[in-house]
Design a protein around this ligand. Structure first.
Ligand SMILES: C[S@@+](CC[C@H](N)C(=O)[O-])C[C@H]1O[C@@H](n2cnc3c(N)ncnc32)[C@H](O)[C@@H]1O
Length: 258
């Protein structure tokens, strides 16, 4: 099957691990009326089509929406709509919402604001795919500290303690976009702390979890004020950002060490 796609969506299509995780969840959960929000090339709508009555496939980017319409034209139960989901007035309710606007800790993409808008159009008993995310943080010592995703550069770093899961979100609930957490780390190694590493795990459904893949949530490094700490120390870091607010919204502060 030939699929038209922009270079970005083509890279998303090449990520087999991402696709197979979504395919499993969609095959199991899709039914009735489906909204595919941010449908890109239309791949998720294509997965859902055999299991659903009707799919509204909504994409903001005009050329991508045109490609999706071409890719999906063989399915009579899919309508592609070129629109911003935010503020879009749906004329019916959905049994399933598929929304893959994920990124690490949901900071730099619109997953949360889009779902906060769309949730009022989800039938009671309806499902969201993915169901949610878990966000974890580690304290690290980085060779050249900077705000960078792991897939953008070769990063040399040393992890100084165990990962702390500081946030757990379910997309069926309205989510407050502002995050502010005091995260307590127990150091397992001595060293120079100068960055946080954030890792996001995607809960596709209640029994299917997917870690970072090449095109899904690459770990994000966030620089911290430099501090030398010893094995056994307890370090509290305050981390704040706005989901959907972009990387500029990130603020960090080492609050105390004991
Ligand atoms: C990560 S891509 C996923 C594309 C496709 N669903 C897939 O999984 O391959 C996210 C898509 O959401 C679209 N998007 C972002 N914000 C949007 C919005 N407010 N309304 C509609 N589409 C949006 C982007 O243009 C992009 O195509």
């Amino acid at each position: 099957m030939k699929f038209w796609a922009t270079p970005y969506h083509y890279n998303l299509l090449k990520d087999q691990e991402r696709l197979s995780a979504f395919y499993e969840a969609i095959k199991t959960k899709s039914r009735g009326v489906v909204f595919d929000l941010g449908s890109g090339s239309g791949i998720m709508s294509c997965f859902a089509a055999p299991y659903s009555d009707f799919i509204y496939s909504i994409e903001i980017h005009t050329r991508s929406a045109a490609y999706a319409a071409e890719n999906l034209k063989g399915w009579k139960n899919i309508e592609v709509i070129n629109s911003d989901v935010n503020g879009f007035n749906f004329t019916c309710k959905a049994d399933v919402i598929i929304c893959e606007m994920l990124d690490t800790a949901l900071i730099d993409e619109e997953q949360v604001p889009v779902l906060n808008h769309a949730l009022k159009y989800l039938n009671s008993g309806g499902v969201v795919i993915p169901a949610g995310v878990l966000n974890g943080a580690e304290l690290v010592s980085m060779e050249n500290p900077g705000l960078v995703y792991e897939d953008q550069a070769k990063i040399n770093y040393r992890v100084l303690g165990s990962m702390v899961i500081y946030d757990s979100l379910l997309f069926k609930e309205k989510i407050i976009e502002e995050v502010e957490e005091d995260i307590v780390f127990h150091l397992k190694k001595s060293g120079k702390i100068n960055a946080l590493k954030l890792t996001t795990f995607t809960l596709l459904s209640e029994d299917l979890i997917c870690g970072p893949t090449p095109m899904l949530n690459p770990p994000l490094f966030i620089p911290l004020d430099e501090l030398y700490a010893n094995k056994g120390d307890k370090v509290t870091v305050n981390l704040a950002y706005t989901m959907g607010g972009g990387l500029d919204s990130i603020q960090t502060k080492i609050k105390n060490i004991s």
